[in-house]
Design a protein around this ligand. Sequence first.
Ligand SMILES: NC(=O)c1ccc[n+]([C@@H]2O[C@H](COP(=O)([O-])OP(=O)(O)OC[C@H]3O[C@@H](n4cnc5c(N)ncnc54)[C@H](OP(=O)(O)O)[C@@H]3O)[C@@H](O)[C@H]2O)c1
Length: 251
Amino acid sequence: MDIKGSVAFVTGANRGLGRAFVEGLIESGAARIYAAARVKETLDDVIRKHGERIIPVTLDITDSAAVYSAAEKAADVNLLVNNAGVACFEGFTTAGSLEAAHTEMNINYFGSLEMIRAFAPVLKDNGGGTIIQIASIASMVTFPVIGSYCASKAALNALIYGARAELAAQGTVVSGVYPGVVDTEMSARFDAPGVPPESIVSVTLEAVIKGEEDIYPDAMSQDLYRKAHQQPKILERELSGMLPVASAAVS
Ligand SMILES: NC(=O)c1ccc[n+]([C@@H]2O[C@H](COP(=O)([O-])OP(=O)(O)OC[C@H]3O[C@@H](n4cnc5c(N)ncnc54)[C@H](OP(=O)(O)O)[C@@H]3O)[C@@H](O)[C@H]2O)c1
């Protein structure tokens, strides 16, 4: 995939990793970027900085009608950065209700799925293109402290494999990205140092240019991937001490 001259659509573009993708894509020569955020005003800064190369889009990825309308308007896209996501920091049995688990599944899995379904025909019309799907090493490893988030990211990983198979015939490359801890608002409550989002973006874009499908963009990600495949029980026991705090039950 040639990033230079590409037309990208980035979800969650207002902050964190999504915002870093916008900057990285601009630096790499993307022609235009549809920058999507739930609250349009949160894109003011990026529009001020990059002017006409940014096309702001108001989009909640759980709003199916809005997702399809965005895909219709962004008919020239050949690179989808499916980045938006949420972590509620709840366990399975300690959560007060299923609310967090539903929220995470709705955004991280169903929202990403809707985006891929809506944009697949657009990518096809533009020669195949690439989907960068931001997953997490938590797609492959369960941290009990964020158990329900891990479940939603594991579902997302199944989507990555399935979409890759289904879209291969139309020439769309589906690249899954599996970061460890990244230094954004999301990880502020996670008890481990994160890498800068800019570093994840530069490793990812270099890999995407080479057509790589499975991207482990930092040391924690690579280490946990190796352990998950070579020593799964040892890793499971290591992580079993990272327990969630019980939330108040919702009646
Ligand atoms: N930080 C980490 O350690 C880490 C590690 C591995 C993977 N990831 C993944 O990286 C991606 C980006 O996360 P981040 O670290 O940049 O977190 P972040 O700073 O919390 O940003 C999350 C972004 O997603 C957007 N978003 C949330 N729900 C949305 C929805 N329903 N519709 C549209 N946008 C929505 C947020 O918009 P608002 O501003 O409107 O809330 C925000 O722009 C996520 O998929 C996350 O799971 C993060």
